[in-house]
Design a protein around this ligand. Structure first.
Ligand code: OGA
Ligand code: MN
Length: 305
């Protein structure tokens, strides 16, 4: 069966059928999937059966894989494949239990930002026949478009500081997380970085709102007070119902999203007795940006494709 991309009914999300991710990906298919990620933001590949090595091989076709400094839960011998899970066996957690449990964008705290995250659902909790632990998204192309003209003009050309420690401390302070504070060495490995508030999306060539409540701490060109007000406005604006999409998981789903054009939230509505187990690869945006964060000239070709 040839690959078939079926868009959802909202402004985000598409299903990719007829593609076996355990098999090598052709350059043509890769190019189609990259365009689809830009257009739909979130892609779901149902009914996959993957080894960790196959998940890694598929993911690294999209760019360099990140090894997370703070996630000690890794596939043995494969640090690029991380485990997200609430399962505890013999007193030992099998994975990071509270990954992403509030609105954020992956790796906006890095100089080299994230392109896509690839999650493989091995165990998905259900209650009364319905899946739990949805992953929710908001469309940042639409959020930019939906900004009042005054804000588009005011924030054009401005940059925001993103700090890894913001989300980490929020989890400890507000969510009762057992995460220990980051060590000096971990903080030193993740110094805050700046990115444009409005980023030209490398695949679509359109502006996106590239700020997120998880990591953005300051608009650099504003006073502290102005920045606090502007961020409060943006964080409320980008979560509007009309920008939202929820993914409902099934075992065997591979879920992949564009971290430049969306923000996301892992819904923590399941209990410790309701096991969830996911394998994850994080792909950096190395195909779109140089190491210093400037866009590659080759992005032009994607936009006209
Ligand atoms: C992530 C994340 C969402 C989920 O892996 O970056 O936010 O639903 N996970 O597990
Ligand atoms: Mn995340």
């Amino acid at each position: 069966m040839p690959m078939h991309i079926i868009p959802g009914t909202g402004s985000l999300g598409a299903r990719v059928e007829g593609l076996d991710l355990s098999q090598p990906l052709s350059d043509e298919t890769l190019a189609e999937l990259i365009q689809a990620l830009g257009r739909h933001g979130v892609l779901k590949y149902p009914k996959q059966k993957l080894t960790a090595a196959q998940l890694k091989a598929f993911s690294e076709r999209f760019g360099e894989l990140e090894v997370n400094v703070a996630n000690a839960y890794q596939e043995p011998g494969m640090p690029e494949v991380m485990i997200l899970s609430n399962i505890v066996e013999n007193g030992k957690p099998l994975g990071l239990a509270d990954a992403g449990q509030d609105w954020h964008t992956d790796m906006s705290y890095n100089r080299m930002i994230a392109f896509t995250n690839v999650l493989y659902g091995v165990q998905i909790p259900h209650r009364d026949g319905k899946p739990l632990g949805n992953t929710e998204f908001c469309n940042m192309h639409a959020a930019y478009e939906g900004l009042p003209e005054m804000w588009k003009q005011r924030l054009e050309g401005m940059t925001a500081t993103h700090d890894f420690n913001k989300f980490w401390e929020m989890m400890r302070r507000e969510k009762g997380s057992t995460r220990p504070p980051l060590t000096e060495a971990q903080r030193a490995a993740k110094p805050p970085v700046s990115h444009p508030v409005f980023m030209v999306h490398p695949i679509t060539g359109k502006r996106v709102l590239y700020a997120n409540p998880g990591y953005a701490i300051r608009i650099n060109e504003m006073s502290q007070e102005e920045s606090d007000d502007a961020l409060a406005f943006l964080f409320a604006h980008q979560l509007k119902a009309e920008y939202r999409y929820a993914n409902l998981w099934e075992v065997g789903d591979v879920l992949m999203w564009d971290n430049m054009g969306t923000i996301h939230n892992a819904v923590a509505d399941y209990l410790p007795s309701e096991p969830r187990y996911i394998k994850r690869c994080q792909v950096a945006a190395t195909r779109f940006f140089h190491a210093d964060g400037t866009p590659r000239a080759s992005n032009q070709a994607l936009v006209s494709a």
